[in-house]
Design a binder for this molecule. Structure first.
Ligand SMILES: Cc1cc2nc3c(=O)[nH]c(=O)nc-3n(C[C@H](O)[C@H](O)[C@H](O)COP(=O)(O)OP(=O)(O)OC[C@H]3O[C@@H](n4cnc5c(N)ncnc54)[C@H](O)[C@@H]3O)c2cc1C
Length: 288
């Protein structure tokens, strides 16, 4: 199908972009277009004004410092994935982006677009929550920062208000010596995950010291696995998996059924991925 008619504008500044976004109730930001354009073609999204942010000054930057990585709203996923400086500061970005679609999609798709789109099965929102990322938002009322943990409200639903734009996101560097694991179950390589896990794990002497665990593909927003975070502390590679599995099951009671999988399957999958992550992290740090 073809999209319904719409107006297109390509602003050069954030102020112009905000003005265009405010010009109609159904104006939408166009970043990489990898999710929005298919939705428009299928007429699942009603758009009157498309505000293309790809030429907005200053939004295509990727900046690294020892404390973290800041990714502008027009920076593509490939740009971030290929950047060795970024990978050396926040390795989780490269690990997560390897799971995102295919090369052609990452060549156009943006990191911030994935956050704004808030697909429940997407890797980057879960990474942002696990890493404690901060999202910079500009809108008619000025600028504000939203913690990733408060940003994702439900499937395709975020804390962005009408007329607001993500300008950049900052991923802080993980704790020194930690391991970031992004693991998922999907039908084919490059497909969206049926269920997945982001784990940022600190381990010492073969045992897990602490971890931030976030499940995705469970049906709603990225899910912080807080009971499992408590259960994983002190966990070593030779520990039985029962306690950790039960903890994940307790954390994922709200998982949804859909045509791809049952809630039960998703919860079991995330539990298995969590046990695997704990084994991997404790073994990695023991060997290091
Ligand atoms: C075949 C296929 C497979 C894919 N597989 C995966 C996958 O495995 N994992 C995964 O995570 N993603 C996957 N994607 C989605 C891909 O990562 C998209 O690029 C991403 O979800 C959206 O980024 P985008 O820059 O293309 O955003 P767009 O499509 O341009 O926009 C998406 C939505 O976000 C809004 N938006 C975009 N940028 C901003 C901003 N800066 N501020 C406010 N609102 C904004 C838009 O208005 C729109 O509503 C896949 C896509 C395809 C087509």
């Amino acid at each position: 199908m073809k999209p319904a008619p719409f107006d297109y504008c390509r602003p050069s500044t954030v102020a112009q972009a905000l003005e265009a976004l405010g010009s109609s109730e159904s104006s939408r930001v166009l970043a990489g277009g990898q999710s929005l354009i298919p939705a428009m073609n299928f007429r699942l999204t009603d758009v009157s004004v498309l505000v293309d942010i790809n030429r907005v000054e200053g939004l295509d930057t990727v900046a690294c410092d020892p404390g973290g990585v800041t990714v502008g709203a027009a920076a593509t996923q490939t740009r971030v994935l290929d950047d060795d400086d970024t990978a050396s500061v926040v390795g989780g970005l490269r690990v997560a982006l390897r799971h995102v679609g295919h090369l052609q999609i990452r060549n156009r798709g943006t990191v911030c677009g994935s956050l704004a789109h808030a697909d429940p099965a997407a890797e980057l929102p879960a990474l942002a929550v696990a890493a404690g990322a901060m999202i910079d938002v500009s809108g008619p009322a000025g600028e504000r920062q939203v913690a990733a943990g408060d940003f994702f409200l439900g499937p395709f639903w975020t804390a962005l208000d009408d007329g607001e734009l993500i300008t950049r996101v900052r991923f802080p560097a993980p704790p020194a010596g930690s391991v970031t694991i992004v693991d998922e179950v999907s039908r084919r390589a490059g497909d969206f995950a049926v269920a997945g896990l982001v784990a940022i794990v600190e381990a010492d002497g073969g045992a897990v010291r602490s971890a931030r665990l976030v499940g995705f593909g469970l049906g709603g927003a990225p899910t912080r696995l807080r009971t499992a975070e408590a259960a994983i502390s002190g966990w070593a590679a030779d520990h039985p998996s029962d306690g950790l599995t039960e903890a994940v099951m307790a954390d994922t009671a709200d998982a949804f059924d859909d045509i791809h999988a049952t809630a039960w399957y998703r919860r079991e999958a995330v539990a298995a991925l969590t046990v695997r992550a704990a084994r991997r992290a404790s073994a990695t740090r023991k060997a290091a």
